[in-house]
Design a protein. Structure first.
Length: 372
């Protein structure tokens, strides 16, 4: 099978290997086990390989370079408009030569792929929509347009659109899906937690505004001021790291909040086995892997009521849903600590998350490609 990937993810090529963002490549390497030849249409950038980039594992990778585009300023918009014909032509040319078209959405390149795929109704296709599929979510117009095209069975034919969560009134194109981190072999009996003493909390994710890491810190600060024994280990990096460290220092939180930066999968795994709670008060999510990973080892998510998170937490049965307001969040958490059966909540979350292993994920991907 000749397989095509259309994506906005920047790629690098040191030593004749193609590298890109590690979580994306880890997933694509599973898809590529079942194809003979892969063509990638994506932007190419220079620079050294970072700790969060990984190489594709396939013997026949072909790359079509396209320019990156952005519409965040007048200058970038004008420049991008001139690039559009070139990108559309390269995507169209690539689609003519393959047996399966795979779109990575949402994103500007994904949107162009959505438009071009209309002209290939007989070619089997998949689209991975990694963002928030909630029909009522406030999103950029380009995201809504992509969702409309993918949902439209007249314009988009012979395609499975993989989304996160179960939403009402979807077309036959739409297939609720998931993502995974751990294998069946990594399932183990969880540590028996004591919720009456010290509560170890974890934040996993990029240190950016959308993830609200400061709110996670403020939640721990407020609980500490109430006399509770709490701590927060923050794993991840980003533009807010210095701001967060200053807040920690200014408010003398060094003994209860620690920024660890990016760490290995094994380090994260070891922490989740011990942690009582994961705090992720995001503004928007697709399928938040941090939540699924925490639940896999029995840590209870404390998360905002957005996207498919309520579905993942079974509307409060497998975790604690909070509002992105500090006082309201603290009230909800205190109520849960006082009145909820947290051991049972942890058990329900673990049992649910452990369904979604890499083994199951690979089996489902294989089914999609075999149907091609």
């Amino acid at each position: 099978m000749k397989f095509l990937i259309i994506t906005h993810v920047p790629h690098k090529k040191p030593n004749n290997q193609w590298f890109a963002y590690a979580p994306y490549v880890l997933e694509m390497n599973i898809w590529l086990k079942y194809v003979d030849e892969v063509t990638i249409v994506a932007p190419l950038v220079s620079g050294t390989i970072s700790d969060i980039e990984l190489a594709y594992q396939h013997k026949d990778v072909r790359f079509t370079q396209i320019p990156s585009i952005a519409f965040t300023s007048i200058k970038k918009t004008i420049s991008s408009l001139f690039k559009l014909p070139v990108i559309l032509f390269e995507i169209f040319k690539a689609c003519q030569k393959v047996d399966h078209i795979h779109l990575r959405c949402p994103g500007n390149i994904g949107l162009l792929g959505c438009l071009v795929q209309i002209f290939f109704p007989n070619t089997p296709k998949t689209a991975k929509y990694a963002g928030n599929w909630d029909p009522n979510a406030k999103q950029p117009l380009s995201y809504k347009f992509q969702k409309w095209i993918l949902n439209n069975t007249f314009l988009t034919r012979n395609m499975h659109v993989l989304i996160y969560g179960n939403w009402k009134n979807q077309t036959k194109n739409i297939k609720p899906f998931f993502t995974a981190t751990y294998k069946n072999s990594e399932i183990e009996k969880p540590l028996e937690r004591d919720y009456s003493g010290h509560l170890q909390c974890v934040f996993l994710g990029s240190l950016v505004e959308g993830k609200r890491p400061l709110l996670a810190i403020q939640i721990i600060e407020a609980l500490h001021e109430q006399g509770k024994q709490v701590s927060l280990d923050i794993y991840g990096d980003g533009v807010l790291r210095e701001v967060l460290q200053k807040y920690i220092n200014d408010n003398k939180l060094e003994t209860i909040v620690i920024l660890h930066g990016n760490q290995s999968k094994d380090r994260i795994k070891a922490t989740l086995k011990q942690a009582h709670f994961l705090i992720l008060a995001s503004k928007s999510e697709g399928w938040p892997k941090a939540i699924a990973e925490a639940m896999f080892f029995g840590a209870i998510p404390i998360a905002t009521n957005i996207s498919c998170v309520p579905y993942m937490l079974d509307y409060g049965r497998r975790g604690i849903l909070i509002e992105p307001d500090l006082d309201k969040a603290i009230a909800t958490i205190n109520e849960a600590l006082k009145a909820k059966d947290l051991r049972t909540m942890s058990k329900f979350g673990m049992e649910w998350s452990q369904q979604f292993t890499l083994d199951y994920f690979e089996a489902e991907i294989k089914k999609l490609l075999v149907r091609s």
